[in-house]
Ligand binder design. Structure first.
Ligand code: ADP
Ligand code: ZN
Ligand code: ZN
Length: 742
């Protein structure tokens, strides 16, 4: 017997299949997905790898597999998924396999460090009532001590390192409390899920309304009947989608099955997880990138051993090792974060379809602003479409007003805040209501221009203008992250007439502070969100400490629920409209609808002000009306005309390298190959050009774009066309329907 082996390595030369003889005595034990050791290269050093196929004969096999590593294999169906991914997304099988292994174990042959560990677990040593009493009568003097005890009264207990980082205290605080007999620090087996030790009040299922029931009944029948149905639940925020998800998951559990629920990374907050904890308790595992490798490993183990039956996570949770899958739910299915923009460049939605078809269970997509392609499938009856037309708690939709910034300029207002918005903020402050201001650019000034030579000041490594950050008093490149001192002279012509233009969140913060000195505010963007949990800290602060104004980028947009927010202002709503991107209109529409959705989520009616230079653009007009169908009808017509998804796939072949001649040369070669191979009736190839951002981190970037349906035939052609010699630090990558065309 012969095994086809993939070596667990990133080296390009090893990214192929090797044939090895399976020793007779191993034949009954070997299987597809087994992790093995095999002798490799001249010295026959043992390397680890995976069996990806088995066959009877091979002309090439001359060495034998040395050993099977039993506890580190992956199931055959996952191996098949890895193979499919590698081909479809133009990447190494070993990179795909890594996504399916317990986190942290891919590179290690023996995963010793991840073996179960114990850690210092902190819990109360007395009855919570007694401790509350002690606090009330003033027995606890230090604030830090109070903070710890109050936290532990609210929560069952927590590992010491987590407690320290959440409350920002040192170990000595807990040691003192232990000595005084208030708390205990015990050795406990580590299950490092930061969400799970929390106490939340139990919550009961709601009685579904007619529209919810229709979706629930149909999908829950599919769970029962093992039917791989696909469904889209289209409903505005607050229309009760999550309630349906919760009840469908309950149904799956009732039948002894498991569930995976994907949410965008940014909305995976403790607040969101609480809703699930309240319904399902400890049955939940949470996977996301902010967990440490150890935490992720523990969650993985809880899923694999069946302790956790519900997986909630961002994109890569689609690979969670669930058994007997009953449903996959993808919330906010239009979100860009479901597509990876690093290799493997997979789309979680596409893989979810494959996985649910094999597991024979439903796939549920939910959104208030579905992806154009998904909604079309719904209208075409390729997937079941369920519409929720009203808010479940009867909150009304906000009132939206568009402000034309050109008019504002003509009236002599050069600030970032229109007169209308200024007035509304003032009213809100007077009424003690909260306001969110959204601006999708961080920093202070977004570009620096020399008024003598007209050159913007660019990053030395990237062809991108630098952004001025006032608080750090430095210039930053948002592509490569380099920080540089502020320039007073033009680096090109030495003129001193350099001027800072454009606006970011830092400048907005300054302007608001000047206009409303009495207002309290908090800013949220990637500059203020750095530490673990800090994103959540800012939101909690805004919610609990009655901060007047929250200023932020994209991060403030998603799924958060702030009952006291009655005013939302989008400072420059068209930021993304004019860039060359087939998704630009859709992104703009979705963002504005989502921002607007933050206003007036309860009794109080919300107001939304959208400031724009393009008041007549359909994405702006229809988002102001909060009318997805109008937008869909306009957008689908344009996409049909321009042959954009779903009518075609956009295939981007990227050439990246330090030597510009080489990448130009390569792109020409590939282009010539494509010209020869492509069936021009169905596929269109554009000649190679430099990318809009044509240099990042000192590497030049060229590209070829194709429009066509990505089927097997086209895949074969693409593989043939890119099969050209490349030098060591040059790369050719293929990205299907990329998130960004830059
Ligand atoms: P979505 O996920 O569409 O934004 P949710 O499911 O979170 O909406 O529902 C919004 C609010 O309405 C929540 O507070 C939820 O508990 C409540 N809700 C949902 N469905 C019902 C129902 N059938 N009856 C009463 N309240 C409901
Ligand atoms: Zn100059
Ligand atoms: Zn840069």
């Amino acid at each position: 017997m012969i095994a086809e082996i993939i070596v667990n390595s990133n080296a390009r030369a090893l990214n192929r299949i090797f044939d090895y003889v399976v020793p007779k005595e191993m034949e009954k034990d070997i299987f597809i997905g087994a992790r093995i050791y095999a002798p490799f290269g001249k010295g026959s050093k043992l390397e680890d790898g995976f069996v990806i196929g088995l066959k009877e004969k091979s002309e090439f096999a001359n060495k034998e597999i040395a050993k099977i590593i039993y506890d580190m294999s992956i199931p055959e169906e996952k191996m098949n998924l890895a193979k499919l991914m590698a081909r479809k997304y133009f990447c190494n099988i070993s990179d795909c396999i890594k996504l399916m292994l317990p986190p942290g174990t891919a590179g290690k042959q023996e995963a010793g460090w991840t073996k179960e560990k114990t850690g210092n677990f902190v819990c109360l040593a007395k009855d919570p009532k007694e401790i509350e009493e002690a606090i009330n009568i003033g027995d606890i003097k230090t604030d830090k001590h109070k903070k710890v005890l109050e936290f532990l009264i609210q929560n069952d207990g927590m590992y010491l390192p987590d407690l320290e980082s959440i409350l920002e205290i040192s170990t000595s605080v807990c040691k003192t409390l232990e000595k005084k007999g208030y708390i205990e620090i015990v050795q406990k087996q580590i299950e490092r899920n930061p969400f799970i030790n929390k106490k939340v009040e139990k919550d009961e299922p709601k009685k579904l309304n007619a529209e919810q029931k229709k979706a629930y009944n149909s999908i829950s029948r599919a769970i029962e009947d093992n039917e791989p149905m696909r469904a889209l639940i289209y409903g505005i925020t607050g229309s009760g989608k999550t309630e349906i998800y919760l009840q469908l998951i309950a149904k799956a559990l009732e039948l002894g099955k498991t569930a995976i629920m994907l949410v965008p990374e940014i909305s995976l907050t403790p607040q969101m997880v609480d809703g699930f904890l309240a319904r399902f308790g400890e049955n939940i595992a949470v996977l996301h990138s902010k967990l440490s490798a150890g935490e992720r490993y523990d969650e993985w183990q809880r899923i694999e051993t069946g302790k956790a039956k519900i997986v909630i996570g961002a994109r890569s949770a689609i690979f969670a090792p669930v058994k007997n899958l009953g449903i996959i739910i993808i919330d906010e299915e239009h979100d860009m974060s479901y597509k990876s923009d690093m290799s493997p460049r997979y789309h979680a939605k596409e893989l979810a379809k494959y996985i649910t078809e094999r597991a024979r269970c439903p796939l549920v997509l939910g959104s208030a602003t579905p992806d154009i392609s998904t909604y079309k499938q719904g209208l075409d009856n390729d997937i079941a479409l369920f519409t929720l037309s009203k808010r479940a708690n009867n909150a009304s939709l906000p009132e939206v007003q568009i402000v034309d910034l050109r008019q504002e300029l003509a009236n002599g207002n050069r600030s970032m805040i229109s007169d209308v918005l200024k007035k509304e903020i003032k009213t809100n402050l007077e009424n003690k209501k909260q306001t969110i201001l959204f601006l999708n650019r961080r920093g202070y000034s977004t570009f620096i221009l020399c008024r003598d030579c007209g050159e913007p000041v660019k990053c030395p490594n990237c062809s991108i203008t630098l952004t001025y950050h006032k608080y750090e008093n430095s210039l930053k490149c948002h592509y490569c992250g380099i920080q540089m001192p502020v320039v007073k002279k033009c680096p090109k012509c030495n003129s001193e007439k350099v001027k800072y233009f454009g606006t970011g969140t830092q400048k907005l913060e300054d302007e608001i502070a000047k206009l409303f000195p009495e207002a309290s505010m908090i800013r949220m963007d990637t500059d203020t969100v750095t530490k673990k949990n800090s994103h959540e800290e800012i939101l909690n602060k805004f919610r609990n400490e009655k901060i007047d104004i929250l200023i932020g980028t994209q991060m403030v947009v998603k799924g958060h629920h702030f009952p006291k927010v009655t005013l939302v202002g989008a400072i420059a709503a068209d930021g993304a409209l004019n860039i060359e991107d087939y998704n630009a209109s859709q992104k703009t529409f979705q963002t504005i609808v989502q921002v607007a959705g933050r206003a007036g989520r309860e009794e109080e009616k919300g107001r939304v002000i959208i400031q724009t230079y393009n008041p007549d653009h359909y994405a702006i007009m229809y988002s102001a009306k909060q009318d997805y169908e109008l937008f869909y009808n306009a957008e689908i017509g344009i996409r049909k005309m321009l042959k954009y998804p779903p009518f075609c796939d956009i295939i981007m072949i990227r050439f990246v390298g330090k030597n510009i001649e080489e990448i130009q040369d390569l792109s020409k070669k590939v282009y010539n190959n494509l010209e020869k191979l492509i069936d021009k009736k169905n596929t269109f190839v554009y000649a190679p050009v430099s990318s809009p951002v044509d240099k990042i981190k000192s590497k030049y970037r060229w590209r070829i774009i194709l429009k066509g349906k990505l089927n097997n035939k086209l895949l074969n052609i693409l593989y043939k066309a890119i099969d050209v010699q490349v030098k060591y630090d040059t790369s050719i990558t293929v990205d299907i329907n990329p998130n960004s065309m830059m």
